[in-house]
Design a protein around this ligand. Structure first.
Ligand SMILES: Nc1ncnc2c1ncn2[C@@H]1O[C@H](COP(=O)(O)OP(=O)(O)O)[C@@H](O)[C@H]1O
Ligand SMILES: [Mg+2]
Length: 268
């Protein structure tokens, strides 16, 4: 549930207006649902993007945990992520203020020229050394569902959620990847696997999605049996989540995950 700007402590709002001038407009983000506040804040002297979450009294909730991951990894992924300008913990709030990136979301549909721009960014990301702060293995996503998760283990830096809403393309064709909440380390090809449902939802077939992914060395070099295991476990995890969590996007997402897993012959 997103909160209003007015819910933020007055001192934090003043801090922002001191630097960026009286606020002209606050534009809540059109997508995403992790942070309580995710808004473009347009001041008379500058524009920033603010993400903020309420802390629980005794421990960090999932929203705050997500923001902590974003803050932790930001200095190491400056080529891709909007710069984190500052972070504050004040009263019951955790607040991140990012440089604002003017841009649009890419079109992932077959033949879209945006796909080449996104591919360039993903290739660079695959070459980025994983910082020690990213000590969270991606394999935990599929723990507990029954099945060997070791094929997905590895040391590569993974964003894991490169859906079109988490990518911004500037008017100069610069590519920014936002929302590093799920950053992890694992086998490098897992990054590509995670993109498949989003390619399908944009109109790809499983075959055309995989064809696109073949440009990435990590995907090409991956053991097909490992990818099969990922497809099987990913479908199982999301089938279970769909039964337990009601969120509008999960049904269509699961349908695409299953469509791909069927194509690989690992689910009925
Ligand atoms: N630095 C930024 N500048 C401009 N827009 C941004 C910036 N960061 C995120 N956005 C926009 O806000 C939306 C939500 O931000 P995101 O970081 O993905 O939050 P959530 O965790 O809620 O998904 C993104 O889809 C993107 O459109
Ligand atoms: Mg997002």
């Amino acid at each position: 549930m997103r909160s209003d700007w007015g819910d933020l402590p007055a001192s934090e709002r003043e801090f922002i207006t001191d630097r960026y001038g009286p606020i002209r407009e606050i534009r809540p983000a059109d997508s995403g649902n992790h942070a309580d506040i995710a808004s473009t804040v347009i001041g008379e002297k500058g524009t920033v993007f603010v993400k903020a979450a309420r802390k629980l009294p005794d421990k960090d909730g999932p929203e705050v945990k997500s923001l902590r991951w974003e803050a932790r990894v930001n200095p190491f992924v400056r080529e891709f992520a909007p710069r984190l300008l500052w972070s504050t913990e004040i009263d019951e709030w955790f607040v991140l203020v990012f440089a604002h990136v003017p841009g649009r979301h890419p079109d992932y549909s077959p033949g879209s020229p945006d796909l080449d721009l996104v591919a360039q960014a993903v290739k660079l990301l695959q070459k980025t050394a994983p910082p020690a702060v990213v000590d969270r293995p991606v394999t935990t996503r599929w723990d507990g569902i029954g099945g060997d998760v070791s094929p997905m283990a590895g040391a590569a830096l993974l964003h894991t959620d490169i859906n079109a809403k988490n990518v911004l393309i500037t008017p100069e064709d610069g590519v920014y990847i936002v929302d590093w909440a799920f950053v992890s380390h694992g086998a490098p090809w897992v990054e590509m696997g995670q993109m498949i449902p989003w390619l399908l939802s944009a109109g790809h077939t499983p075959a055309s999605a995989e064809e696109w992914l073949c440009q990435f060395p990590a995907w090409q070099e991956a053991d097909p049996a490992s990818i099969d295991q990922y497809a099987r476990l990913h479908a199982a995890v999301w089938t279970r989540r769909h039964e337990m969590v009601s969120a509008e996007w999960i049904g269509p997402y699961l349908a695409d995950v299953r469509r791909w897993a069927r194509y690989r012959g690992v689910v009925e």
